[in-house]
Design a protein around this ligand. Sequence first.
Ligand code: NAP
Length: 290
Amino acid sequence: MPAQIIDGNAIAAKVKEQIKARTVQLKAQGRVVHLVAILVGGSPAAEMYASRQAEACKAVGIEYELLKLHDETTQPQAIAAIEKLNHDASVTGIMLHLPVPKLLNEAELQQRIDPLKDVEGVNPANLGFLVSSKPLNIPCTAAAAFELIKSTGVNLRGAEAVVVGASEIVGKPVALLLSDERATVQICRSATPDLAGHCNKADILVAAVGRAHLLGGEHVKPGAVVIDVGINRMTLPDGTKKTVGDVDFDAAREKACFITPVPGGVGPMTVAMLLQNTVRSAEAAFARKS
Ligand code: NAP
């Protein structure tokens, strides 16, 4: 029987309902969840993404502010803008739209965001909190992948998990989250020989690479949970373009028990996790003040 599809849109919608209930409760106490997103320079595509984000925030009762910095912003100016937001008590969350102009040091800017306000979980301090099993803001995509795994109800304790890809925002934090559930976790990377040999022993298989259809049916253990984080543009034989994941969905679905589609899996859940981090950060800030 083909795998059950994990519907990221439906699960994200439920999370957003819960978030909205929390912001309504906070508003009743006179407390505003206030996210500031920094956009340096900015293309029409980045502006469109920011306006979609603004809509997503508004829908759940989060006040969203876009701070636009001009193209020629220097590193010290960008840092000064972040520091100002760090010290502004009315700002409960901060995020930086990527990419930033080439002259700026993206990693340094992310490190300057106060970890308590870092709602994307991109400050390495937040990965550190996860390492010590005391997570603060979990990187959104990793949190999304993990929540989708948990939504299946499969027992993670003692399960064999393989995470393909080791980025700081996806692969490594997903591996840590699974390990904290007492799964036995392997991280596969570009130098891993016999990728299929590792993957096809996995009860939980997470693909976070960025290579269209890297994993096929031969990589999937019968009955596995397959989470596809990849977003890739693929040109079909007729010349049309399609967004696909790192997993060959049709082949993997024949063997897996649960599988996420691309699009409609991890993507929408990532947005929900950003909103969740934003509300959680605000609640923690309000609790510290009271
Ligand atoms: P990344 O920083 O480029 O990392 C890719 C990882 O894949 C690296 O650790 C690399 O290993 C590994 N890798 C590359 N080729 C491999 C191979 N042949 N076999 C095994 N591992 C290999 O990517 P990322 O930022 O984590 O993103 C991964 C994918 O997720 C991309 O498609 C991205 O668009 C997507 N994504 C989706 C969302 C969402 O909201 N759904 C959010 C973020 C990212 P080495 O380091 O050893 O080279």
